[in-house]
Design a protein around this ligand. Sequence first.
Ligand SMILES: Nc1ncnc2c1ncn2[C@@H]1O[C@H](COP(=O)(O)OP(=O)(O)OP(=O)(O)O)[C@@H](O)[C@H]1O
Length: 304
Amino acid sequence: MPAGVTIEFTHLTKRFGSGSGSVDAVSDLSFTVEPGQITGFLGPNGAGKTTTLRMLLGLVAPTSGTATFGGVSYRSLAHPLSTVGSALEAASFHPGRTAADHLRVYAQAAGLPRQRVGVVLEQVGLEQYGSRRVGGYSLGMRQRLGLASALLGDPSVLVLDEPINGLDPEGIRWIRLFLRQLAAEGRTILVSSHLLSEVQQSVDEVVIIAHGTLIHRGSLASLDMTETRQVIVDAPDRVALQLALTAAGYHFSSLRGGVIVENADAEAVGRTAFDAGVTLSSLSQKRTGLEDSFLALVGEEGAL
Ligand SMILES: Nc1ncnc2c1ncn2[C@@H]1O[C@H](COP(=O)(O)OP(=O)(O)OP(=O)(O)O)[C@@H](O)[C@H]1O
């Protein structure tokens, strides 16, 4: 496995059609994906994720801009399968063939040693099932077989389109641990999803797009908009509490269940009440969840 390959998208743009009927599927997209971590490529359905990945893998020509692996486009890679492994959509395997046969055909076509078949079957936990026909495979087993094909060339980069879609909880747990291990080996892992909640426990970095444009790039933690954090507080003497909060310059609203203080920190609100001699009956920090932040960024479509 060649070490440390960075994926670079530079002003990548794709327009389908021309004139008034044209669609800007991807517009001026620029970001990098670093090795050694898992990057989630997120956006609602139709945001342009698949088109971006297809351009990265040389399957669709960009209208302008570039997508490269360490500065080299997919089509110019000297050894594409040992640089990049990909699983773009639920791969269609011939139901009458065994998993091992499928992998042997791929390996032979790519000039890879036959021994890789056994290695990747074991890597994805299918070693017991290699001689079974794929027609009898569950969706989870097919996903594993897709990963096995992507890993045949022992690639430095893995590009996976919605790999968690349709998996059961056990399959999700397995793929999380598996991708984590691959990233720890120094590989570059790019995983697309239209649901943040699906990949939240798996990714280190996020790239979020909507309508083909970049709207957020950063660590998973950077999505937590702590500046919008709220404190929910209440007191038997609510009027005294409100006077104390007003005097301290807080903005708040009163609801049946308590007072919601905007842009506040629970400790500071508690101190304000204490200094004013107000006894509290409840005090808690309400953080904006990652999913809420994601939906706020992408708009209502994210709920699809
Ligand atoms: N071959 C094509 N011809 C015309 N329009 C296309 C083509 N492929 C994609 N589009 C349009 O480009 C936009 C982005 O589609 P894309 O499939 O890349 O989004 P996506 O984020 O992957 O969504 P999904 O998760 O639903 O696949 C959509 O408006 C889609 O209709």
